[in-house]
Design a protein around this ligand. Sequence first.
Ligand SMILES: [Zn+2]
Length: 927
Amino acid sequence: MKGLIVLVVLSMLCGFGTSKECTNTPTQLSSHTFRYALLSSENETWKEEMFAHYHLTPTDDSAWANLLPRKILREEDEYSWAMMYKNLKSPLKSSGNFLKEVSLHNVRLDPSSIHWQAQQTNLEYLLMLDVDSLVWSFRKTAGLSTPGTAYGGWEAPNCELRGHFVGHYLSASAQMWASTHNDILEKQMSAVVSALSSCQEKMGSGYLSAFPSELFDRFEAIKPVWAPYYTIHKILAGLLDQYTFADNAQALKMVKWMVDYFYNRVRNVITNFSVERHYQSLNEETGGMNDVLYKLFSITGDPKHLVLAHLFDKPCFLGLLAVQNGSLSRTRTEGEDVGGRLKTYQVSTPIHTSLSVIGAQMRYEITGDPLYKDIGTFFMDIVNSSHSYATGGTSVSEFWSDPKRLASTLQTENEESCTTYNMLKVSRHLFRWTKEMAYADYYERALTNGVLGIQRGTEPGVMIYMLPQHPGSSKGKSYHGWGTLYDTFWCCYGTGIESFSKLGDSIYFEEEGEAPGLYIIQYISSSLDWKSGQIMINQKVDPVVSSDPYLRVTFTFSPNKGSSQASTLNLRIPVWTHLDGATATINSQSLAIPAPGSFLSVNREWSSGDKLSLQLPISLRTEAIQDDRHQYASIQAILYGPYLLAGHTSGDWNLKAGSAGSLSDSITPIPASYNEQLVSFSQDSGNSTFVLTNSNQSITMEEHPKSGTDACLQATFRIVFNDSSSSKVLGINDVIDKSVMLEPFDLPGMLLVQQGKDSSLAVTNSAADDGSSIFHVVLGLDGKDGTVSLESGSQEGCYIYSGVNYKSGQSMKLSCKLGSSDPGFNQGASFIKILDLDENSDDRTEYASVQAILYGPCLLAGRATSDWDIKNVSADSLSEWITPISPAHNDHLVTFSQRSRHCTSFWINSNTGSGNNSPLHSIFMCF
Ligand SMILES: [Zn+2]
């Protein structure tokens, strides 16, 4: 009842009086996760109940009416298609004075960059997708034969959203083709377009979808259906990208025919019912229909395409944004992908209007109507100032919550990743129009912290839906968790494969003028073949590490033959750096650097000997969460330059680390050399392999963990040398006969200690004077190659010991050889030292024949029907046995590289300022 009162008061305040509300379906239905669960449920009563109020209240177009005098549809025209057509079909003139994107065809990421690695992982996934499986439901719908099997998840033959991922695939593969020119991918994506074309031909009406057109009958009749235009938008956008990036003329033809079909459908709704009825049907999510139609119009100039685009601009939502209505900031909003599948809901009312901000932005680019520029700007400002986490991401369980109240939203279902994808598009448009640094800063933040981490390392096709923000939450542990290769295909998979296909985008933007200009807004190792500047630019960025707090970038140049053209480079000086220690040089000559948040402009006739270098200090800083309640002021993010640091601790999330002003007193870099001192110890027992593990500060043997798990961390120790001349542990010889201490990786500053003969081992706070933490590493007592035993430094002849034939959880103790009655003593005291649990290295002689074959830095993968045992190959005559395949077959070779892309970390110490700090937590960034 209270909610009702609030609703009435609000609606009066907002000036809509007693007129119809801008409203829509109950909020729950607008969550894709919920909709999928509902539609795949067997519980008919639940479904009936949930759909009972579907589109109960009609959409209000009074907000739109408030936009006079810009209003395009006069009331008397609303029911007349002919009049409407006449009024809508002529665009205003666009000013067109925007920064231009550079073609993905001309940008190449450098293989040393994490961005290239992410792109490569995605390329591998795209190549794993099968043409027949992708188009299975399209063929079924067209009544064609269906070889192969259909994919699962949201692409399954009974899912109403099926086909959406295929649209994303067409966009992703087109962009990936431009980014890599991978020929196999080109063949695959062309085969998908051809197969879809056959389906469209077979149906004969222009309609093309993986589900029957009956879903649109329901859509137009305002009956429950799951977002059919959302999926149609993906397919249109995908086909258009195939035309734009890969010159596929057939794809453009298909788009035009499809649009003819939907143009007729919308016209029929408006002529047979009313434009209101059409707008009412738009309450069911329609994705970025306006966006793709404006793009199509920019290619075809066909007024029909413009009219249809206008008809997908949603008055209900855009109207509110256009009048910068204060109540927007009281909305709950869900954001999703491409054309701006972002929806808003008022807190106290079940209001839903699907919005197409990105489409509105395209409208501004096409028509120049400044109203649509304001819509995008206002929208971005609201989201950026009141709804964004430190990652640049937004949303809670697919909705937006109260503005500046984010502290109580930190949970596992935060930041739907396709929302971040969308916000990047919005900010990219705004940067191109305004050159305002804030949009470039946002782009870097959201791409770095909200996109790069949604892949699981270098595993192709494993991505997340949500990026949890809850303290102590692993990003893989949310309702959806990690997706699978062929059985999830969530919305975020669609945008995920697009994100990682266009990482070369938005690094460089061009400015036309007397002398060509280039804006460089991201520092990512890459090269640009800058056509209008007639020059090849190479950008090289040193990997950022905690122990060297600078971003170092070097640009080198190769002008085209005969070119003698001056051009201007505008280099972004990010807001997160400071001038103290910043340098910019050109051929060792210093340049003055402007304040952070502006551009360093260098005009020059570039020559091949030129070298432009930037060195920008990176510092640690904290950032308060967007929450204006006093009691949450202490919830802070820790950032290192553009990187948000993630934390690992045994449970205490309350850091008493001093004031933000003295952050560097309490947070110190972990020396880079420590990365080379990490080891694990394993031992076989029965048929299993076990590893020495820190289990809540007692030491046990546990089953060999899967990589990427917490158990992996707990089984990793750092070798702390007593002798300062040693530092690296690259092989067994680096530790044999050395006195060492063992520091659990997950408890920095603590040490493994023995507590006396036949007593269990423990992990304690600091090195005791009695030498109980010192162990002498000796050759394995079992006499086998590659094993080690750990002898107590203070109790000679006593070793870390497990017994034999034990099970998981075996407690470890110190046991002395002399006096031991165990015949298996030597075996139980011998371990295999593993350098890195993720590396699968193995120093057992029986596995000596397991070999990798490398060609330069590239690990070669093998293909065989079943026999993995290659015989008669000796290492020194490798070239006799392995011969190059002719270049025509090179397309079939793939490379795999290291699992982790890049990590660097810090410690957080327990005390501030005093000399004797011991680290309690480690924080890190990893991709
Ligand atoms: Zn999503």
